[in-house]
Ligand binder design. Structure first.
Ligand code: 3PG
Length: 221
């Protein structure tokens, strides 16, 4: 799967909802309830970060929940790519971009949303064939102002910013022409997951799913 077709797929995924929950799952036993709450709340695209022992079993369990698109996040190596694919992930997200990731995602036919933080990194990702990128860590590297500035010389690139995005600042990002969706952990915090508070997570998902309505850019624009 070429980087160009990978980016076509990640663009499609980012068009499905304004927010991709970035999940650190403490216990795979709650994975199906977690995915059900998020998907039911209107957020069908889920990123399960490979930061906990529960991540791969959680991906495997969530992949069976109807209506969802489950990907792996914090994918750092070719091994991560193959493990994610084997667990049932249908896309992967990385904080950066390496030649090893490019090769593994082509080989595994797993769409990659690669992370960038600077114009040069964005240009290198574009040289590889990726035009749908994650800006990370968004708030630290310039946030809304950086994305607005990048859209001048690099209007062919679209972004899913993550890192420091909240319910309060997500709308500013989503109003930008080069932002298709945002990622964030605020929708499913650790405390709610550990407490099995799926209602609170579902309620937060419902609010997040409507975020684009509050911006000048509407869904499908
Ligand atoms: C991450 O990889 O940590 C994500 O970008 C989520 O960041 P957040 O916790 O600031 O939402």
């Amino acid at each position: 799967m070429t980087p160009e077709s990978q980016s076509r797929r990640t663009r499609e995924l980012c068009a499905l909802a304004p927010v991709i929950p970035v999940l650190v799952v403490p216990d795979a036993a709650g994975a199906v309830d977690l995915a059900t709450a998020l998907i039911g709340g209107g957020l069908p695209v889920l990123e399960v970060t490979l930061r906990s022992d529960a991540a791969l079993p959680a991906i495997r369990a969530m992949a069976g929940v109807p209506g969802g698109h489950v990907g792996a996040g914090t994918v750092l190596s070719a091994t991560d790519v193959y493990r994610a694919k084997e667990a049932g992930a249908t896309f992967c997200v990385a904080p950066g971009l390496t030649d090893a990731l490019v090769a593994a995602c082509e080989d595994a036919a797993l769409p990659l949303l690669p992370g960038v933080a600077t114009p040069t990194e964005a240009m290198i990702a574009r040289d590889h064939g990726y035009d749908m990128l994650k800006l990370f860590p968004a708030e630290v590297v310039g946030g809304v102002a950086l994305l607005r500035a990048l859209n001048g010389p690099l209007p062919m690139l679209s972004f899913c910013p993550t890192g420091g995005i909240t319910a309060d600042n997500a709308g500013s990002y989503l109003s930008l022409p080069n932002v298709l969706a945002v990622g964030g952990s605020w929708v499913a915090p650790d405390a709610d997951q550990r407490a099995g508070n799926w209602t609170a997570i579902g309620d937060r998902a419902r609010v997040a799913a409507r975020l684009r309505e509050g911006t000048s850019r509407k869904s499908g624009a």
